[in-house]
Design a protein around this ligand. Structure first.
Ligand code: WTA
Length: 682
């Protein structure tokens, strides 16, 4: 029996090591015009940031910031793998993103807020106005809520200018913000309130999505009720109004608990709040992300290290200059938005665009009209959005006269054919593309080309960015050489300033998830002994360019949004009839993958379309609409190994119509055919 089990496991894990065959794509070179204006053009940057010069190379990034007290120790490894950067330094993130720009640039637009409603005027928030609004809101946090440095506060906000204002007001006081993606459900918000121990929730009454003004306040009520059940009482809810002075939600305000920010602000007119000087290693924010177990984990990011890293990479990789108009179309509810809509661009005194709505609303020309009107010259988005825009409006970009110098893709592997459309049609062959690979945990980019130095290769992210040294291991810890055509588990050999400090409240899980696998000595305090496991499978070319193949664990990536299969499965299990649930990714033309759900019922329960719908709804309620399964297949039984493990690999092959391989080692091979018949109709 153990024989059979071993065999089954070998089949499951070997996917990380598959030999990869793909056509070498032709290199595409940056234009002379781009190079002439770029921030970094000297290839010596790679020497400055070599492993030999690690960790002192990162002084270059730290020196882009204004420190209240300069640090004395670059990297403290004494509590490895919880590394501390710029120890002894004191700094305030809000000061670095706002105050220090006022002397020269107070009139400059910091944020262009673009409403989804096309007839509404764009709101241009200058650095001076940002300063005033952040100060006044910080006064509310301090005086109405009694919040102080180190306290956590949960934000559940849509894409509006008030979101960075709220974040920067928190940062001004050293309050740790935890923004929950606006599209997530009240329940998901509750889980994050409870885990972070937040006593205050900041939200907005309503926002536009695909032409509808959605009642968002409703989710706050669910979140609070649920959090209370789990033992976390929220004292106050601060509600921003989408239209100041007017309430746009139908859900009633709760007397004594819910307060309109715009009412409170009247008391704080003209108040200024001194930025609190925070230790470099103080926590700036938490960003929850999916893991392999049901419970989302709070990636804990530092103040000094994180800000230095996102500022440095915004300058070197995003090529942001203060005079640029920069538009990252991600949501601030994800790490991309924190690093590359808010903190990086504002620390560099750029103008950053925040668009409220759906890229294809009211039509696929919308992003290009925004780009034309604001004269955006740096554009940043995910393959999902590119695929959608390509599908419905392939000829739209040509109708508008915008010019991008630089474009980014992030979040998922981009297929070369989609890359080429992005390059030719969106970038009009003028813009360079950087394919940036990284994760919530990383704070900023891991792999990408430096745009003026390295050519682009469609479908490959590029080498490690300055100071990041990737390495690929097989399952036994043997290095997979670059250029071998073999994939493996990609790790980073060294720590870096933007790397998260820990999982909030769960150091053990942090060590286990990211370091245990390849740690050379668990007692070591040398960084060399702690390679960081990214959880992605990758293949590295002879030229050092990295191609990411996807996750090696149970996390799936829908439209660039990471979902833990376990989270979806545990949501399905809230339906009383359900005994077992298994989620697998199924290929989707636009979203990359979608979750497909397999369900086995408790004995005596009967399958029906109503029940399938109920399960689907449970996922929407527990997690949010983005997690809605493509299909819910209620099967007579799950294919299992003899040790009782559900064979997701087999289910995945059935959903995708690919080869299911050898199933004879299963405990119940006959079930495979039955499921195949149900799903594929054959
Ligand atoms: C995937 C998003 C291929 C990868 C910043 C990673 C990518 C996960 C790329 C992290 C890319 C991100 N090419 N795959 N350029 N960028 N990924 O935490 O699987 O939301 O582990 O961070 O997305 O997703 P997360």
């Amino acid at each position: 029996m153990s024989d059979v089990k071993d065999k089954a496991e070998v089949t499951e894990t070997s996917e990380a090591e598959i030999a990869v065959h793909w056509a070498e794509e032709e290199l595409v070179y940056p234009s002379a015009q781009f190079i002439a204006q770029a921030n970094v053009t000297d290839p010596a940057v790679y020497d400055r940031f070599s492993l030999e010069n690690f960790p002192n190379c990162f002084k270059e990034y730290a020196d882009l910031l204004s420190w209240d007290e300069y640090w004395h120790t670059m990297l403290d490894t004494s509590d490895a793998p919880c590394f501390k950067w710029f120890v002894g330094g004191k700094i305030n993130a809000s000061y670095n993103c706002i105050d220090r720009h006022l002397a020269k640039n107070k009139n400059k637009t910091a944020i262009h807020f673009v409403s989804e409603v096309e007839s509404e005027k764009v709101e241009h928030v200058t650095y001076q106005e940002l300063y005033v609004r952040v100060n006044e809101f910080a006064a509310i946090l301090r005086d109405e809520c009694g919040l102080k440095a180190g306290d956590r506060v949960t934000l559940h906000m849509p894409m509006v200018a008030e979101l960075p204002i709220t974040m920067l007001a928190c940062a001004r006081l050293g309050i740790i913000h935890s923004q929950v993606f606006g599209g997530f459900s009240g329940q998901a918000c509750a889980d994050r309130i409870v885990d972070s121990g937040s006593e205050y929730l900041i939200t907005m009454d309503a926002y536009y999505r695909s032409g509808q003004l959605i009642d968002h306040k409703e989710k706050a009520d669910t979140a609070l009720a649920q959090a209370a059940k789990e033992g976390q009482n929220v004292k106050k809810v601060l509600v921003w109004q989408r239209y100041p002075g007017k309430y746009s939600a139908a859900t009633p305000m709760v007397e004594g608990r819910d307060f309109f920010v715009n009412d409170l602000l009247k008391k704080y007119y003209g108040v200024r709040v001194a930025p609190v000087s925070m230790p470099a290693e103080a926590v700036l924010f938490l960003m929850y992300t999916s893991g392999t177990t049901g419970k989302p984990k709070g990636a804990q990011h530092s103040t000094g290290g994180y800000l230095a890293y996102v500022t440095g990479t915004s300058k070197y990789i995003q090529d942001i200059h203060p005079e640029d108009v920069y538009w990252c179309m991600a949501d601030i509810g994800w790490i991309t938005g924190h690093s590359y809509i808010v903190y990086g661009p504002l620390a560099l005194c750029a103008s950053t665009v925040i668009y409220e709505g759906v890229p294809t609303y009211p039509d696929a020309g919308r992003p290009w009209r925004i780009a034309q009107d604001l004269d955006v010259n740096i554009f940043h988005t995910a393959p999902t959005a590119i695929r959608a825009l390509r599908k419905i409006g392939p000829d739209e970009p040509a109708k508008y006269t915008y010019h991008f110098k630089h474009m980014t893709t992030v979040g998922e592997p981009i297929e070369p054919v989609v890359w080429k459309w992005y390059y030719e049609f969106v970038g009009k062959k003028e813009a360079i593309i950087v394919d940036t690979w990284w994760q919530t945990e990383n704070g900023g980019f891991l792999c990408s080309t430096i745009p003026a130095i390295k050519p682009m290769k469609p479908g490959s992210a590029g080498p490690g960015v300055p100071g990041i040294h990737p390495i690929v291991y097989d399952n036994d810890g043997v290095v997979v050489p670059s250029g071998s055509g073999k994939a493996g588990n990609i790790c980073i050999q060294n720590p870096w300033p933007g790397m998260f400090q820990s999982i909030w409240g769960d150091r053990d899980r942090f060590v286990k998830t990211y370091f245990e696998r390849y740690c050379k000595d668990p007692k070591s305090t040398r960084w060399q002994d702690w390679p960081y496991l990214t959880g992605d499978a990758a293949v590295v070319g002879a030229d050092g360019y990295v191609r990411i193949l996807g996750r090696i664990d149970d996390v799936i990536n829908v439209s660039g949004h990471r979902l833990g299969t376990k989270e979806l499965e545990s949501a399905a299990l809230t339906v009383p009839e359900v005994a077992e649930a298994a989620v697998v990714p199924v290929k989707h033309e636009i979203k990359g993958v979608e979750p497909d759900m397999y369900i086995a019922l408790k004995p005596g329960m009967v399958a029906s379309p109503e029940l399938a719908k109920k399960i689907s709804m449970a996922i929407v309620t527990e997690i949010g609409a983005i997690a809605r399964p493509k299909s819910v297949w209620i099967v007579p039984d799950m294919p299992k190994t003899r040790s009782g493990k559900i064979m997701r690999r087999v289910l995945g092959a059935i959903s995708n119509g690919t080869d299911i391989g050898d199933v004879m080692t299963l405990a119940n091979p006959e079930i495979v055919e039955a499921i195949q018949k149900m799903v594929q109709g054959k």
